[in-house]
Write a protein that binds this ligand. Structure first.
Ligand SMILES: Nc1ncnc2c1ncn2[C@@H]1O[C@H](COP(=O)(O)OP(=O)(O)OP(=O)(O)O)[C@@H](O)[C@H]1O
Length: 613
């Protein structure tokens, strides 16, 4: 799973299309407003030239009449002054509207791009996205890329604005001498080169800093996150972690500052070269005016034009360099969007070729010669596993910490694909089955189950979306896991928000949360064929634990079930127990058979039983 190589041009095209898609109306309005505001400086310079020339002409002729009469007798002068005032009024009001449209365009682009990225990450089938540092860096860079994408429209429009100023200014200034625009352009070229090189260098620094920023964010989350708040304070970890965050910040800041200093010095020196380039045409026009070749109006017009060409050239250079920066920064967004999960591509190379789940009488699940190493690692976590789960059979996976039990459960859910071997679901290879269909046949309680910041009702209903609004089904599930009474006592009953970080939210005890997680799996039972329970009762009190064990046993009668538990009282209820050690199956049989064998299971069971005596 490698991010694709995207050229700058491809990235620019993608970015532009995304902006157009996000806010087409705002973009059209801005182009129109820019056309008006961009061409107005040249028009006002031209009107100004006519006014100056008319006034210098009139000054010599009518010395006896009042200045007001003088103006009123000159319709051209009157029109030009009126036009100039109107143009200024128009430009001022356009600025206000432009700012408004820009703000809404930026927000739209951010909302649109953010939702596409959220959708991509949240629906990414391959869990490896969250466990591979390079891919996590890509997600981090895509987030900062969205900020830059917001600026793309601003840069594009101000560039357009720059062109609308530049083109008439160039045409008018070349009427003085053809070489004037040429000399202005030539003297600006080194600045363009320096700007682009500087941007490229600073982006390279940013790219290498992505993992530093991610580490900083991890420390930030620990320092301000609710999950760490208690232990952070009890162990007084704040100074240590804060100093780590600060030192990472300093590292990042120093690298950026170095690049910035070098870039600024270069830009200043080349700006001077550019300044000299503008001085030449200006001196030329002043000399022309002294010799009487140009009028005073011409001098004002030309001086203004040269200034305008210079300013708009600078604007375009800056924008070009900003654009380069934006395009470099937005590339990770599109690399992320084009990222293909390895998982979906294994056997069913396209969504539409993925097999529907067979509806024939279930033949169970066969795990054949399965070995597995986590992505990016060579160490085998599971080694040549062979196992069959018959319909209506309850299997217990037991073994020491790190034996590979949870990993096997994750492979059954197809969160990963085997490195070698296969898992057959009703004789179909798991990798050929449509993932959504497969997941709809599973009811899972994970060891690290989620505590959604949502209401009690939603925390259960999220397990089976068709039942999200079905109060009776949700209450039934809560009653089954013996938590209905406690929920009734909450301030808003089923509608109470869970999570202290929410306004009015309450927190539950560890055991209560675990019961909610079990209830979430239970409401899926109508559609599920395989129940996977990873340490489902670790946080429950002995009485509730015993009740839930009996309940799980009853439920599992009609399903296939895989339970993982260090509480061997639960494994005792299973039809078959699989003992794992270092990723290998070392024993298998019923509780009675394994006790009679006197092996690892017998040792674990008797040791656990003796600790209760
Ligand atoms: N996402 C992961 N990436 C890489 N290695 C992992 C990952 N998850 C688990 N491991 C490694 O796989 C091995 C087996 O872990 P697993 O969680 O399957 O064990 P387990 O038998 O369920 O243990 P426990 O009883 O402690 O829950 C461990 O050595 C662990 O370090």
């Amino acid at each position: 799973m490698q991010p694709s190589e995207l050229s700058l041009f491809q990235t620019f095209r993608h970015s532009l299309l995304l902006v157009i898609q996000s806010a087409p109306t705002e973009l059209r309005t801005l182009i129109f407003l820019t056309l008006i505001s961009g061409s107005s400086p040249a028009i006002s310079l031209f009107l100004n030239k006519i006014i100056i020339d008319r006034i210098s002409h009139l000054l010599g002729k009518y010395t006896t009449v009042s200045s007001l009469t003088l103006i009123l007798q000159e319709p051209l002068l009157l029109w030009c002054i009126g036009g100039l005032i109107l143009l200024n009024l128009l430009t001022d009001s356009i600025n206000g509207i432009t700012n408004f449209v820009f703000s809404s365009l930026r927000d739209r682009v951010q909302g649109f791009a953010q939702s596409i990225v959220l959708n991509k990450v949240a629906n990414f089938a391959d869990i490896a996205l969250f466990e591979t540092p390079e891919l996590l860096n890509l997600v981090q860079l895509a987030q900062t890329g969205i900020e830059r994408l917001k600026e793309l429209s601003f840069i594009a429009i101000t560039t357009l604005h720059g062109f609308f100023i530049l083109i008439p200014a160039i045409l008018l200034s070349s009427s003085i001498a053809w070489w004037i625009p040429l000399i202005l352009f030539t003297s600006a070229t080194p600045a363009i080169y320096v700007e682009l090189t500087y941007r490229k260098k600073s982006w390279e620094v940013e790219e290498t800093q992505a993992s530093v920023i991610r580490q900083m964010n991890l420390y930030r989350d620990v320092l301000v996150g609710e999950a760490y708040a208690k232990e952070l304070r009890l162990f007084q970890l704040q100074p240590l972690l804060l100093s780590r965050w600060q030192s990472l910040f300093q590292t990042m800041f120093r690298s950026m500052q170095q690049i910035r200093k070098r870039g600024t010095l270069l830009v200043i020196s080349w700006s001077m070269v550019n300044g000299l380039g503008t001085a030449l045409p200006y001196i030329y026009v002043v000399i022309g005016a002294l010799r009487g070749i140009y009028t005073l109006g011409d001098l004002a017009l030309y001086a203004g034009l040269i200034l305008q060409v210079r300013q708009s050239l600078f604007l375009l250079i800056n924008n070009g360099s900003d654009l380069y920066n934006v395009v470099l920064g937005t590339r990770p967004i599109f690399q992320l969007l084009e990222l293909k999960p390895k998982l979906r591509l294994s056997l069913a190379s396209r969504e539409d070729t993925a097999a529907k789940l067979s509806l024939t009488k279930h033949q169970g699940i066969q795990i054949k010669n399965l070995s597995f190493a986590y992505p990016g690692s060579d160490s085998k976590i599971l080694d040549n596993i062979n196992l069959t789960i018959q319909p209506h059979q309850m299997i217990a996976l037991v073994g020491e910490n790190g034996a590979g039990k949870t990993t096997l459960a994750k492979l059954l859910c197809r969160l990963y694909d085997p490195s070698s071997g296969e898992i057959l679901w009703n004789r179909q290879d798991l990798r050929a089955i449509d993932l959504t269909q497969l997941h709809s046949r599973l009811a899972v309680v994970m060891q690290d189950y989620a505590r959604f910041p949502a209401t009690v009702s939603e925390n259960v209903g999220f397990g089976y979306l068709p039942a999200l609004q079905d109060v009776n089904t949700i209450q039934e599930a809560l009653r089954t896991v013996r938590i209905a009474k406690a929920v009734d006592n909450l301030p808003q009953g089923l509608e109470t928000l869970l999570g202290k970080q929410l306004a009015g939210g309450v927190d539950l005890s560890g055991g209560q949360w675990q019961r909610i997680a079990i209830a979430r799996a239970l409401i899926r039972l109508s559609s599920a064929e395989l129940l996977i329970l990873d340490e489902p009762t670790g946080a429950l009190d002995p009485k509730t634990e015993h009740e839930i064990h009996q309940l799980l046993r009853t439920i599992a009668t009609n399903k296939m079930a895989v339970v993982i538990s260090h509480r061997l009282a639960l494994s005792k209820l299973a039809d078959r127990i699989i003992v794992l050690k270092n990723g290998k199956i070392i024993e298998t049989g019923s509780h009675e058979e394994l006790i009679a064998r006197g092996g690892q299971y017998h040792f674990m069971f008797t040791r656990q039983a003796s600790s209760y005596q």
